[in-house]
Design a protein around this ligand. Structure first.
Ligand code: SF4
Length: 261
């Protein structure tokens, strides 16, 4: 039985060697994490906390949300967090998070979106024998009483804003929607919603059942490709600047003899 996640498959697609370091050799990196990852984690924590309060029939003030975010930021900030963009400081990243949260709060208050669950874990069989499985966490699941649709929400803190076409082909939330249909019924409508916080913008997408069936097959093929890989070559891209294995990667020494793609 093979248990995968969207990020595990994406890591292989980004760089097979990074996949090998992280998931096969399980190497604990020297560098703990990037500040972008820290920012994303802390904003997610603050939004998770906000919606837990809402589900408990309390709407915290924006000051409460920012205070929670600030405490989390300090509590989890480690001295070896890497800041790749040298023109920015820790304070700049902290302030970005404040801006994201303030904009989100003002746009969504009073948060009456009928939230059902926060950080919902899903496990999904891609094939009928359960040989290939996907697991993941939905940032927030809600049921829209007006449209009668389930909504899978995902928060993004990166600077990029993808085109609709890319969103319509995104794998992660589409896979999660299969799990939601398995739970609530294949005839149910599921809306995928990305909140691009750096742009104060949300983008939605939907999939047909036929598209979801095809996605399951494509994902199994991706997993089979990983499992048949023998060499795990590196793939040097601009994302290497944020890679936690850069200090041990042969792409950054001339000893490996591998070809840089
Ligand atoms: S530094 Fe780049 S090439 Fe090396 S493992 Fe990381 S992502 Fe792959």
């Amino acid at each position: 039985m093979a248990m995968y996640s969207h990020s595990k498959i994406s890591t292989f697609e980004q760089c097979p060697l990074k996949f090998k370091f992280r998931y096969i050799e399980k190497i604990v990196p020297d560098i703990e994490k990037s500040i972008e990852l820290h920012l994303g984690n802390m904003v997610h924590r603050a939004l998770e906390w906000l919606y837990i309060q809402v589900m408990n029939k309390k709407i915290p003030s924006i000051e409460d949300v920012i205070a929670y975010y600030s405490n989390q930021w300090e509590e989890h900030y480690l001295p070896d967090i890497v800041i790749v963009r040298k023109n920015l400081t820790e304070k700049d990243y902290f302030n970005k998070g404040v801006e994201f949260l303030v904009n989100y709060y003002l746009k969504h208050k009073p948060f009456d979106e009928n939230t059902l669950e926060i950080e919902k874990r899903i496990v999904l069989d891609l094939d009928k024998d359960g040989e290939y499985k996907i697991q993941g966490f939905i940032d927030r699941l809600s049921y829209n009483l007006q449209t009668k649709e389930y909504e899978i929400h995902d928060y993004k803190t990166a600077n990029n804003l993808p085109q609709q076409e890319k969103i319509d082909n995104d794998r992660q939330l589409a896979l999660y929607s299969i799990a939601i249909k398995n739970l609530f019924g294949q005839d149910k409508e599921v809306c995928l919603i990305w909140h691009f916080l750096a742009h104060d913008k949300r983008i939605c997408s939907k999939r047909t059942n036929e598209q979801l069936e095809n996605l399951k097959k494509e994902t199994i093929e991706s997993i089979k490709k990983i499992e048949s890989e023998k060499i795990f070559p590196y793939n040097k891209t601009r994302l290497c600047d944020w890679c936690e294995y850069r200090t041990i990667c042969p792409a950054f020494s001339d000893c490996s003899g591998q070809k840089i793609s």
